[in-house]
Design a protein around this ligand. Structure first.
Ligand code: CXF
Ligand code: ZN
Length: 371
């Protein structure tokens, strides 16, 4: 069948919208009608070439929609189910899934190749085979994806909000709750209030942090952070350092969660120095794969027993944590409506990313149109 999709052909080039041919779902695969997609920063990392990916690639890895058709052997979902896609598939049986670490499922190894777990690419077009970003490619009206990438959700959940729980929300929320293990009464610092950082703020506050200090140079981001759980917001790490020193009487923060648009050694350094003894520094943002983004005085790390922790998907388990986080939205304990700045059509994807890079959006959403 035909689908209109936003595609990247070459790093550094604008995203193009074209019509592709989708193949039928094979063993373990489903056809999904995407209703919404989220504009996450990682797609831009791919489009700019920071994250090396096989091209051509259908961008988009936050998606929600309705299952239209199932291939042989599909047991996790059925036709008509409402689903949120997970940017990491989970097989359920690899060493990591089996020990409650679905975010590092072995099946996730090829998410930047766009090749489906069972083999083959989901679409063809003028330039051959097209993979989907994170095996999803949600900037497309329809997609063929593996059932392990889809999580069924309640029919009454608004998918235009739930779509964010496929990446940005668990990545940020979980970075605070799971990876940084923020506890009641603690002090947590979040550096960078974008689509991930705003959810780290929400997670830290929900976990009971006494002080949640958000750092972002943009006023609109600081205001949003204050609205959704930050107790303090500063434009620079220097200002935050002074405030954290005062608030904690020199003990400094328990956790620093690093959620910038582009990770740098300077930001890692800021996080390292703003935590105190036993403090945890959580690395969530990305840069080029081999870019050295960590340059620290290691002896201080030893003496003060500081920890650096990498966090993917906020160390969440998609099958249990996507429904759990959506439950917090339903109970009002997590805000989603408030973090959506603007919606776009698929033809406006470039505009959406321009807005993101100009700092206008906390979150942008693509609303798919179907005939
Ligand atoms: C990224 C992580 C690296 C691969 C692409 C997706 N996660 C979220 O945006
Ligand atoms: Zn993402």
């Amino acid at each position: 069948m035909k689908t209109k999709a936003a595609v990247v052909y070459e790093p550094g080039k604008r995203i193009e919208v074209e019509e592709l041919e989708l193949r039928k779902p094979a063993e373990g695969e489903v056809l999904i009608r995407y209703t919404y997609a989220g504009l996450c920063h990682s797609d831009i990392h791919v489009a700019h070439g920071d994250l090396e990916a096989r091209m051509p690639m259908i961008l988009g890895h936050e998606g929600a929609g309705i299952i239209e058709e199932v291939g042989p052997g599909v047991t996790r979902v059925k036709v008509g189910d409402h689903v949120v896609c997970s940017f990491i598939p989970n097989c359920g049986t690899c060493r990591y899934c089996a020990s409650g670490q679905q975010s590092i499922c072995d099946m996730g190894a090829t998410i930047l190749d766009g090749i489906l777990p069972g083999g083959g690419y989901p679409a063809t077009g003028p330039r051959g085979d097209y993979g989907g970003m994170c095996m999803l490619g949600t900037f497309s009206q329809y997609g063929v994806i593996h059932q392990n990438s889809a999580v069924k959700v309640d029919d009454d959940l608004p998918l235009d909000k739930a779509v964010l729980v496929g990446c940005g929300v668990p990545t940020g929320w979980g970075a605070a709750v799971n990876t940084a293990e923020v506890r009641a009464g603690q002090t947590a610092v979040v550096i960078g209030v974008g689509g991930i950082g705003i959810n780290a703020v929400q997670g830290a506050r929900y976990a009971g942090a006494k002080y949640v200090i958000a750092i972002d140079p943009l006023e609109n981001k600081r205001e949003k952070a204050m609205e959704l759980g930050a107790t303090h917001a500063f434009a620079t790490a220097e200002e935050a350092m002074t405030a954290v020193t005062d608030l904690t009487r020199g003990q400094m923060a328990d956790a620093a969660i690093l959620t910038p648009g582009l990770m740098t050694d300077e930001i890692v350094s800021q996080g390292f120095h703003i935590v105190g003894k036993g403090g945890k520094v959580v690395l969530t943002g990305l840069n080029k794969i081999m870019e050295p983004t960590i340059q620290l005085p290691g002896t201080l790390m030893t003496l003060f027993r500081k920890q650096l922790r990498g966090s993917l998907f906020g160390d969440c388990n998609p099958t249990t944590d996507i429904p759990k986080i959506l439950g917090l939205y339903q109970s009002g304990d997590l805000k989603l409506d408030e973090i959506i700045t603007r919606t776009y059509t698929i033809d406006q994807v470039n505009e959406g990313y321009d807005d993101l890079l100009e700092g206008k959006n906390v979150r942008g959403i693509v609303v798919h149109e179907h005939a």
